[in-house]
Every structure is written in C-alpha cells, then in structure tokens.
Design a protein around this ligand. Structure first.
Ligand code: GLU
Length: 504
C-alpha cells in the first residue's frame, strides 16, 4: 500500500452529478483531509458514447460550490497524470499487453451475434451463459485457435476484444475481498466471467482502466458506492495478476428514496419535488444551490447519510467533520434520504452564520430587488430580525421585503381577530403623535403606545396587533418595537395611512 493516504473520486461524465456521487466525493475528501492525504479527481471518460457534453464542467462547478476541492485534478494535475482516462490509452495498451504476455489476458473474436446466440441457447435450457473457464476453449479466442491464426485475424483488422482470464485449473478458487465497512467477503472465482478489459472500439473498460489508474496514481483507499461491490473480486484478481498490492476498499451504503423503498434515483427529484442534484442542470433540473441551500448544509446532511460520530450531534462544520470522520464509523445499512430533514439542516446552518455573514446575504438580496442604500446599522438590524425566520435562502426576500414595501395585502383572518371599533382612531393617533419623531427609539415608542392606549382606556395589546398588521400585513414577523425602530417614523406613518384606507 502507498505510504500516504491518496484517495480519488472517479466520476464518469455521463450526466449531472447526482447527490449520491457527491456523497462519495465528500467521504473521499473528508478521509483525505483527516489523514493529511491527497484527494484526486479523475475523469473516467473511456466510454465515449456515454459522455455527455457539459457534464465534466458540471462536476467542477458542483464540487467548487460545495467546497470539496480536489488536490489533483485535470485542471490542476499532480505528477501522476493525465487525469482524464481518455488521455491515458497508451498506458492501458502497455499494461494490457503485459497481461497478455503473462498469459492472463487473451484476444476474443466472437461477434455480438454469436454471443447472443449462445446466450439464447443457454436460456432455452434454463441456464446462464458465462464466458469463462468451462467454455472458453470452445469459443473464438486466442486460446482456442493457434497463435498464427490469431496474428492473422488481428492483422486483417477483424474486430476483437481482450478478455481477462479469470480462473484456470489449479488456481485458487476463492478470492477474498476485504472491505473496511463490510468486513471480508469470499467470492468463488469459478462463478465469475472472463471480463472484457479492452473493447473492440480500442478503449479499455471501466474495470481495467480503473485498476491500472488506481495503482499508477498510488491510490491507498478506494472509497466508492456499494454498486461497485460486485466488481471487487474482479478488481482484486486484476491487482493479483499484475502482482500489485491492493489498496484498501470501502463501499458506501446505498441512499434510499424518502419512503425507504428502493434506491434514490435521478428521477426522484422531479417526481417527488425536491432536488437530487447539487446545482442546476439544464433548464429544468434545479439543484440544492438554486433551491436556497447553503453548501455547508448540503455537505452536512450528505455526510450523515451513512456516517455518524456515535453520539447525538447532527450539525457539524466542515472542520468538525474532517476531524471526526472515520471510515470505521460508516455503516453498511442503507441510508434513507429525508428532504424535510435536509431543510432543517439548512436552517441550522443559517442560524449558525455570524450576523455579519448573514447580513452580507441580505445585502445582496436587497440590492437585487431595490435601489435602496442601506447604512450598516440598518442592514445589521434587519439581518438580526430576519435570521431566525429563514429556512431556505428563498425565504430571504419575503422576510426582508417588509422593510422596503408596504404590504400588498392584509391577512383577513388577522383583521377579524385584531381590528376593533376603536382601532382606526388609535392608529390615527399613533400616526399624528409620530409626526415630530424622525427616529423611533424603541423605549420612547413603547411609552408612546402605552400612553395612547391608556388615554383610550385600553391596554397596549389593543395597539400591538393592529400596528403589526398595518406594517407587515399579518400577525407574524419580527419584534414590533425593533421593526418600527428600523423602519423609522416616516414609513410607519405612511403604512398606517395606507392601511387605514385599505382596511376601514
Ligand atoms: N467511473 C466510476 C463511476 O462512475 C467509478 C467507480 C469507482 O470509483 O471505482 O462511478
């Protein structure tokens, strides 16, 4: 095994990066940072037919937004590149030749039609066709025909693939597959097929390129999704065939749909109305970013889909996660995706922002919607009132709007509840008495309300509800005295007057 921790995220650019892929990237990142190691991004683009334009850029943008920044990547290569598999063909050609020379890989000339016919024939007999030790000598390959014939076929340009010789008489039958999360799994090699290492299009398959690259890039730990577990035996056999030491493996648990029934899929977002992508893809598919999530919240809820620190803590900063992350604490049971809980994580991270950072978010939002110039004092005061009320960043403007615009409408249930016969007169008195105050000190304003209420033989409560209603349109919202202080006397008077026309 390599001395230092080197891990990699190795996506294929076949579409937007799904939240499950992001979790894999995150666990690799956390593990690397925890161990002062390196986190690599390798683009596995050997399957040219499946490569989708824009998908690679999407991977960079998504990781950047989330702060999961690779130490080595196609954009920032280390010494063991290239980091695009499509640029490594010469390397794969060299290594596949080594396997052929060792007698551990061979050319196969069977056409797709022939293989299909074999499959169908087997099916008819209720059997499964597996290309391996028990029939390879009856099929068309360099083991079943002479070297001369093989040479001639290749020369004549006949299409071929290169297959791995999985098991031969005399070899060990069992391959032990150790996994940090699942322990050891023993697999019977005789049940496995002679996997294709090189396709007829001249490109290596995932399995071959992946193993060669992990070795040459000195990967110490392979941390990836559970869907790759069935390939582990083949990968270990490939390392053995080269005489290479295997890295350690950790296969992460599946992420399930919110109802727990089946794997979370790319389509679930559309159907169930929550994002399954980090950032927007195309026109329709919104990401967590566009839905108003903070990247630190997304990283937090993803980290907990499969890992916990063994205690009750759920909200973590990235630094805390780095220091606590442990592959031995990743569970193998599938993790259920919970969109509602994800919002809760976002809210927690919004509350955890310092007032000045949160105020910067507010400032950007205000600038987007109005031309108003804000003093720092005013901005901070608004931010302070709004921060406890925001779950998603999309809640920012609706919460801030009350500082800039009179309500569009007044909640009719609230009117029924608080609007009494004397309300209009009371509010009018407030407006009149405010005329000489340009700055509403909260204490002074409270005394003013008290004296007006007392003068009318009622309590301050009779004024608070209606005042809130005329200022924000409903009975919810921030502390009334802080609100009026921030709005200023002029705005309060205007809103009283507007409401008196609308409501009375
Ligand atoms: N290219 C594979 C994928 O798209 C990588 C799997 C692995 O990490 O070995 O998931």
């Amino acid at each position: 095994m390599a001395d230092s921790v080197r891990v990699r995220f190795a996506p294929s650019p076949t579409g937007p990066l799904h939240i499950g892929g992001v979790r894999t990237a995150l666990y690799n990142y956390l593990y690397a940072k925890k161990n002062n190691g390196s986190f690599l991004l390798r683009i596995e683009d050997t399957d040219q037919k499946r490569t989708v334009s824009g998908a690679e850029e999407y991977i960079y943008s998504a990781l950047e937004w989330l702060g999961i920044v690779p130490d080595e990547s196609p954009k920032h290569e280390g010494s063991l590149g290239p980091y695009h598999q499509s640029e490594r063909n010469e390397i794969y050609e060299k290594w596949v030749q080594i396997l052929i020379d060792k007698g551990l890989a061979y050319y196969a000339f069977d056409t797709l039609e022939e293989l299909d016919a074999h499959r169908k024939e087997h099916e008819k007999k209720g059997k499964t066709f597996i290309y391996n030790w028990h029939n390879r000598l009856k099929l068309k390959n360099s083991l079943s025909v002479s070297a001369k014939e093989t040479g001639e076929k290749i020369k004549s340009g006949a299409p071929y693939v290169i297959r791995f010789l999985m098991w031969n008489d005399g070899d060990d039958e069992v391959v032990r597959c150790p996994d940090i999360i699942r322990g050891n799994v023993d697999v019977d090699c005789k049940l496995l097929d002679d996997k294709i290492l090189y396709k007829s299009d001249g490109f290596p398959t995932y399995h071959f390129a992946n193993v060669v690259d992990d070795h040459l890039m000195k990967i110490s730990h392979v941390i990836r999704g559970e869907e790759w577990l069935p390939s582990l035996a083949l990968h270990i056999k490939l390392y053995d065939a080269f005489g290479w030491t295997t890295p350690s493996f950790a296969h992460l648990p599946l992420i399930l749909k919110p109802n727990g029934k089946g794997k979370l899929s790319k389509r679930d977002g559309d159907q169930l109305g929550f994002p399954v992508f980090p950032i927007q893809w195309g026109e329709e598919m919104k990401g967590y970013r566009e839905t108003g999530f903070l990247p630190e919240a997304v990283v937090n809820f993803l980290a907990l889909l499969g890992w916990n620190n063994g205690d009750e803590q759920e909200v973590f900063t990235i630094e805390e996660m780095i220091s606590l992350f442990d592959l031995n604490r990743v569970h193998h049971a599938s993790a259920r995706f919970d969109p509602e809980k994800n919002k809760w994580f976002n809210q927690q991270h919004i509350q955890a922002l310092s007032l000045s950072s949160f105020a910067q978010l507010c400032k950007a939002e205000v600038e987007r919607h109005t031309q108003t110039y804000l003093t720092d004092e005013k901005l901070l005061s608004m931010a302070e009132m709004v921060q406890p009320r925001v779950v998603l960043l999309g809640d920012l403007w609706p919460a801030l709007k009350i500082f800039f615009e009179a309500p569009d409408e007044y909640d009719s249930k609230a009117i029924k509840k608080v609007w009494k016969e004397n309300t209009a007169t009371l509010l009018q008195t407030v407006a009149e008495r405010l005329v000489n105050e340009d700055h509403l000190k909260t204490d002074a304003f409270k005394s003013l309300l008290q004296s007006i209420a007392e003068g009318a033989g009622t309590g301050i409560g009779a004024l608070m509800g209606p005042l809130r209603l005329v200022l924000v349109g409903s009975l919810t919202g921030p502390d009334l005295l802080q609100l009026t202080h921030t709005l200023g006397a002029r705005v309060v008077i205007d809103r009283i007057n507007i409401a008196l026309m609308e409501i009375s």
